[in-house]
Ligand binder design. Sequence first.
Ligand code: ATP
Length: 314
Amino acid sequence: MSSTPALELQGLTKTYGGKLTALSDVNLSIRPGEIFALLGPNGAGKTTLIGSVCGLVKKTSGKIILFGKDLDEDPVRPRYEVGLVPQEINFDPFFSVAESLYIQQGYYGQHRDEARVKEVLTALNLQNKADSLTRALSGGMKRRLLIAKALVHKPKLVFLDEPTAGVDVELRRDLWTYVRKLASEGTTIVLTTHYLEEAEELADRVGVINEGRLLLVEDKKALLRRLGEKRLVVTFTDAVTTLPESTRQMGAALSADGRTLTYAEREGCAPAGEVLRALYTQGLPVNNVETRHSRLEDILIDILRGKPAAALAS
Ligand SMILES: Nc1ncnc2c1ncn2[C@@H]1O[C@H](COP(=O)(O)OP(=O)(O)OP(=O)(O)O)[C@@H](O)[C@H]1O
């Protein structure tokens, strides 16, 4: 696979009305074929970033390089390689589903390609709706059509801006399967989502943006390992007065009533099993043991709160 980044942002900055800085000096390189999740709270700048790449927002400064081509030098042709699934449903209600896809092919400088339209409709389970007016589709079908529109011209880079907002669990699962298939065929995917489960499920890498600044870019699994923890909670049948010295040294803590031990196993710490072994060796009255792994959601909250442990990776 080519090593040229699918997308490179260099010092990308966007100021609205000379006052509000929606993007501040964003530097980012998206690898070809990866699924990259761009995460951040409302108003962080995600849609502005996507809009700048897709030509919907005029950047204030910085460079946008698509597949090695600087958009300042050619703002049109490199964008033919890009597809966008926007947050909001935006099609003309008076065209049929198939017509809206032919129009889309035209926008991207392509000839009407009926076979491709059929293929995309089938992939998104809309084959029976080709002749329906778009306004007659259900909400979930409209979402599918938005995705079909973004893909009908075979883009090499696809932005999915909140693709599953308001869709049911089944459609969400279908879309995840489809996104994975696209990525396995070499399409680069940039995803924004407030469903962190979605990012955890799909993403190869994660970027966190807040107030227009990119705070972190990291491999998802490495991030979960680095900042995640396994939390062990042990309850005792009778109150315990002190914990074994070895478990205290490992960092286990006893609740004030002596009935609960908690231990956070992080990268480089003793495994939770060692704490348990010490408790059993000392004959402490263990009643129940629970463990819970951190999710991306816990980590994102720590990063956004500026928790020191959530030190930024390069
Ligand atoms: N056309 C505009 N004019 C003025 N300000 C804007 C405009 N579009 C966005 N903004 C502001 O820019 C900032 C970033 O907005 P943006 O839509 O990029 O955030 P987001 O991360 O996509 O948020 P969300 O998760 O809510 O969709 C916000 O403060 C927003 O109010």
